[in-house]
Ligand binder design. Structure first.
Ligand code: HEM
Length: 227
């Protein structure tokens, strides 16, 4: 029998395993990437960056073919819906299963920045001074220089957005009493019965997405050799 708490909420599946693995992978890899860059451990920086690229590519593919709450088409809403949601934020209870209209856009912005960051890293560096990304020689020195500048600035932008991300999560926790972090850990959260449940998809899809994402990342790491 389903358990209902005093607020009329029941435990519901919200995030599948692939979404959670990607998310906590980002959390672990970001400090590793920062530390390896600061300490010029560039071989490890590039290995960790390749893993991050594979996770981001996987998450993007999963946003098209993954379970219902992972899909961009389901959680990306137009500006009017986002504005209405933000206006009514304070009166909200735990009624949105998955990303709310504002959180959905912040997820896509973070993923886009992570993609730009990992991709620019592939081309970054100066062959006459220090390490270079595996695709550095595929672009001219000027373009590689621009991409290196972006790669350095991009990290600061990502850090600023992660800080905002954490402030938003703390706001939900303390002002709205919504425990988003435990949902990202366990995959479950308390939801109104009418919110429904996450609709899963066959695990084979995750395997196919992982093979594609991992294959592209490894191919780039190896200097994009011709087939
Ligand atoms: C300890 C630090 C962090 C915590 C506690 C945390 C927590 C969360 C939570 C609870 C959600 C779900 C929000 C919702 O219900 O809509 C989420 C989503 C997300 N977070 Fe974080 N986060 C952290 C760090 C990061 C970092 C470092 C990144 C990457 C730069 C990141 C990127 C994302 C993305 C892309 C999503 C969307 C997930 C998806 O749809 O796949 N987070 N985070």
């Amino acid at each position: 029998m389903t358990q209902t708490n005093e607020a009329g909420l029941t435990p519901a599946k919200v995030w599948d395993l692939p979404v959670r693995i990607c998310h906590w992978g980002f959390v672990v890899l970001l400090p590793i990437l920062w530390w390896t860059a600061e300490n010029t451990e560039m071989r490890w920086h590039m290995r960790a960056g390749t893993l991050l690229l594979a996770l981001v590519l996987f998450r993007i593919l999963w946003g098209f073919v993954g379970s219902s709450t992972a899909r961009f088409g389901r959680f990306l809403k137009g500006p009017v819906t986002v504005a209405n949601y933000l206006r009514r934020l304070r009166s909200k209870t735990a009624s949105v299963l998955g990303h709310n209209p504002a959180g959905g856009w912040s997820a896509v912005i973070l993923l886009t920045l992570l993609l730009a960051q990992t991709t620019s890293g592939l081309f970054a560096g100066d062959p006459y001074d220090g390490a270079t990304g595996p695709l550095n020689d595929k672009v001219g020195a000027m373009r590689a220089g621009d991409l290196t500048d972006w790669h350095e600035l991009g990290f600061d932008i990502i850090l600023a957005l992660v800080a905002l991300h954490l402030v938003a999560i703390a706001f939900y926790r303390f002002a709205l009493k919504e425990k988003l972090v435990s949902a990202m850990v366990t995959g479950k959260r308390a939801a109104a019965p009418e919110s429904g449940e996450m609709a899963p998809v066959p695990a084979a899809r995750a395997v196919i997405c992982a093979l594609i994402a991992g294959g592209i990342a490894l191919w780039a790491y190896n200097g994009a050799p011709p087939f």
